[in-house]
Design a protein. Structure first.
Length: 105
C-alpha cells in the first residue's frame, strides 16, 4: 500500500514499496494559504496544506483508480499531525510542482 502524509512542518512523504519520496513543501510561507498539489499516475489529484494549527491537510480533488481511503487527523490530543491518504502500489509516478518521481522497475 502507498501512504501519503506530512512530516515535520515542511515535508510531504510518499511511502511505498515501488515509490518512495519526500517533497519539500513550498506552500507554508504563502500568505494566500492555497497550498500545493500532488498528482498521481492513476488520476488521483490531492491538494496539500499545512494549516495554522500545525496539521497537514490533504484534500481529495479527484479519486483515481488506485485510491483506497483517507484518514483525517482530528487534532486535540490526536498523536498524529497529518491526514493520511492510502492508495494501491500500482503507481508509475507522482508529481509535486515541477518534481516528478517514477517508480522503480
Amino acid at each position: 500500500m502507498l501512504k501519503v502524509s506530512g512530516a515535520s512542518d515542511d515535508l510531504i512523504e510518499i511511502e511505498g514499496k515501488s515509490l518512495s519520496e519526500e517533497f519539500s513543501y513550498d506552500g507554508r510561507d504563502r500568505d494566500d494559504e492555497k497550498g500545493a498539489y500532488l498528482a498521481f499516475s492513476d488520476g488521483t489529484l490531492l491538494s496539500v496544506t499545512y494549516d495554522r494549527d500545525g496539521i497537514w491537510r490533504f484534500g481529495v480533488i479527484s479519486k483515481g483508480s488506485s485510491f483506497i481511503s483517507k484518514n483525517e487527523c482530528v487534532g486535540d490530543g490526536d498523536k498524529t499531525y497529518s491526514d493520511e491518504i492510502f492508495m494501491g502500489e500500482d503507481m508509475k509516478w507522482v508529481m509535486y510542482g515541477s518534481e516528478l518521481v517514477k517508480a522503480k522497475r
